[in-house]
Write a protein that binds this ligand. Structure first.
Ligand code: THU
Length: 128
């Protein structure tokens, strides 16, 4: 399996999901080929939960990375788990029209572009 997908599956192991028990891992490849990972982190005040994808993006941004080329999202579902709406907005903002590969623990994959997942996106170009 590709290292990016393996990284997403490995990151999922660190998920902090005591409430939903739904564990998600994400991995993002930057323009230099480095991989940044994240897992979902839940909170007893449920709305404070943050998804794996946003953790991965924010970790990388906080280390100075600004250009990304590929994203992988891993969960243990037969119907592969796509990024939620909030994560799509964040991924579009920072990764643009990059490839997003969904993967499960059996190695099933599906690949999308961000423009398929978030058509007619709102972004800074609309602010003028
Ligand atoms: N979750 C993610 O981490 N990424 C997604 O794209 C979908 C949802 C998490 C949030 C929450 O901890 C759990 O999955 C159930 O919604």
């Amino acid at each position: 399996m590709e290292p990016l997908l393996e990284a997403a599956i490995a990151a999922r192991e660190n998920a902090v999901a005591p409430f939903s028990k739904f564990r998600v891992g994400a991995a993002i490849e930057d323009e230099q080929g480095r991989i940044h990972t994240g897992c979902n982190v839940e909170n007893a005040s449920y709305g404070l939960t943050i998804c794996a994808e946003r953790v991965a993006v924010f970790k990388a941004l906080s280390e100075g990375v600004r250009k990304f080329q590929r994203v992988a999202v891993a969960a243990d579902t037969d119907d592969l788990t796509p990024p939620c709406g909030a994560c799509r907005q964040i991924l579009w903002e920072f990764c643009g029209d990059c490839e997003v590969t969904l993967v499960n623990l059996q190695g099933k994959t599906e690949m999308f572009r961000m423009s398929q997942l978030l058509p007619r996106a709102f972004d800074a170009s609309i602010l003028g």
